[in-house]
Ligand binder design. Structure first.
Ligand SMILES: [Zn+2]
Length: 153
């Protein structure tokens, strides 16, 4: 499963009753993205929760695609965000804390760790292919990102 399938809204049940609409636990569930993209129903939430979810909307649901929010941009941006946090030197547990503090989301440390491991393996594959194709800039960039993600975990 992708990391985006394993990121959850805190207190989904309480949110559902405040909005009078079912809020799925997974924030990237189609129905959850629908609620967030629309933003009307978010207005009914307590201000702390609303602010966190609006932060999520601003950071990840700001594209202008015709098929938004189902275009995949939100997932791509979120994945990039998690990789950026790691490149800043955060451990998986700090990444989990950051997602909670900024967006009111929760994830499990083990899932974040799995995601980072998968990312490292994908980047290794990119390096190899780019090297074979003599695409050295791509290879070197993949290596730089990989070194950052591996870090000193
Ligand atoms: Zn998009």
């Amino acid at each position: 499963m992708a990391i985006t399938d394993r990121v959850y809204v805190k207190n989904a049940r309480r949110l559902s009753s405040q909005m009078n609409r079912n809020m799925p636990r997974n924030i990237f569930h189609g129905a959850a993205l629908d609620i967030l993209y629309n933003t009307d129903e978010i207005e009914n939430l307590d201000s702390a929760t609303r602010d966190q979810l609006m932060e999520f909307v601003t950071d990840f649901l700001d594209c202008g695609c015709d098929d938004a929010p189902y275009c995949g941009c939100a997932e791509r941006k979120f994945i990039r965000h998690v990789i950026d946090l790691r490149r800043q030197g955060m451990s998986p547990s700090r990444i989990v804390e950051s997602l909670e503090a900024d967006y009111g989301l929760y994830a499990y440390e083990g899932d974040v760790l799995d995601f980072l491991d998968t990312t490292v393996r994908s980047l290794e594959a990119v390096e190899e292919v780019a090297d074979t194709l003599a695409e050295y800039e791509t290879r070197d960039e993949a290596r730089r990102v990989r070194d950052d993600v591996v870090g000193s975990r």
